[in-house]
Design a binder for this molecule. Structure first.
Ligand code: GUN
Length: 280
């Protein structure tokens, strides 16, 4: 058996096209402020891709680049000014921040109504309770991928590898909202295979190259690979040993071209939603 490939690139493109059409109907173009501190090369690539996506869908991007030795106070000033600027719909602070900075404090200063990354504790609280806040982009993108292939999430067993605030934890909440049965696993879970082999939906978000092997996957399962790592030859790869696992899985996301483009498409979507609310 060979798994069907979930084409995140095409699914993301369709979302961007819908976003573009809706953005064009607004009185003024949505605007997203993208704040980057320091010179982390991976972050620089992500920021470039986000700005490029904004240009493509008709969202105005406002870039703020601050030096590596930036203080919390300086960044807080920038965020407060963006909070007060009525022409700004979304504020994104690219993570990780330099070690000397306090990411929690920074994220909590962003106006929750402009928190298009969905990282503010107010939006986190909404995610856990009533819903209705901004949803973090990578987990929201994963749900969209499953919907795009018409996969019935309700009643399925979703097993998530990794408990980060950006992916694992919020994804568990979104899966629960879709009526999946959710198991969270992580680096301290003994006998991981016991759980992964029972997964109808297996999400790998642990940041270890090719960690998920074929003997960890139930035949026919949907395997979602959130990883972006380099293999021993420096080639981009995910958290899943794709070549081997695709012989067992029913569906699989590639790296690149799976979850990555969805994260950016959902960021565009969240920025549109914010602009729509502000203009109504
Ligand atoms: N760093 C890794 N992923 C993300 C993301 O989705 N948003 C931000 N702001 N930083 C990140």
């Amino acid at each position: 058996m060979s798994a069907q490939i979930i084409d995140g690139k095409a699914i993301a493109k369709a979302i961007r096209e819908k976003t573009k059409a809706a953005a064009a109907r607004l009185r003024r173009a949505p605007a997203l402020a993208v704040v980057m501190v320091g010179e982390n090369p991976a972050s620089a690539v992500y920021v470039r891709n986000k700005v490029r996506a904004c240009n493509e869908v008709g969202i105005t991007s406002i870039e703020h680049r601050l030096p590596q030795d930036c203080t919390d106070e300086r960044l807080l000033e920038v965020i407060k000014a963006l909070n007060e600027d009525a022409t700004v719909d979304g504020i994104l602070v690219q993570l990780p921040l330099p070690e000397h900075m306090h990411a929690g404090l920074i994220l909590e200063t962003i106006d929750p109504n402009k928190d298009v990354d969905g990282f503010h504790i107010y939006n986190t609280g909404k995610l856990v309770t009533t819903g209705g806040g901004f949803k973090p982009c990578t987990p929201a993108g994963i749900i969209e991928l499953l919907k795009a292939i018409d996969y019935p999430i309700e009643g399925k067993h979703a097993v998530i590898l990794g408990r980060s605030n950006i992916v694992g934890k919020p994804l568990a909440m979104l899966m629960l909202q879709e009526n999946a049965t959710v198991t969270m696993t992580h680096s301290h879970t003994p006998n991981l295979k016991h759980y992964t082999l029972d997964a109808d939906i297996l999400v790998a978000a642990i940041g270890r190259a090719k960690y998920v092997k074929a003997d960890m996957v139930k035949p026919g399962a949907v395997v979602i690979d959130v990883g972006t790592n380099r293999d021993e030859n420096g080639k981009l790869c995910g958290d899943v040993d794709t070549q081997a696992v695709q012989e067992v899985a029913g569906w699989i996301t590639p790296v690149p071209g799976g979850v990555g483009p969805m994260t950016i498409a959902m960021l565009m979507h969240n920025t549109l939603i914010s602009a729509q609310k502000r203009q109504n």
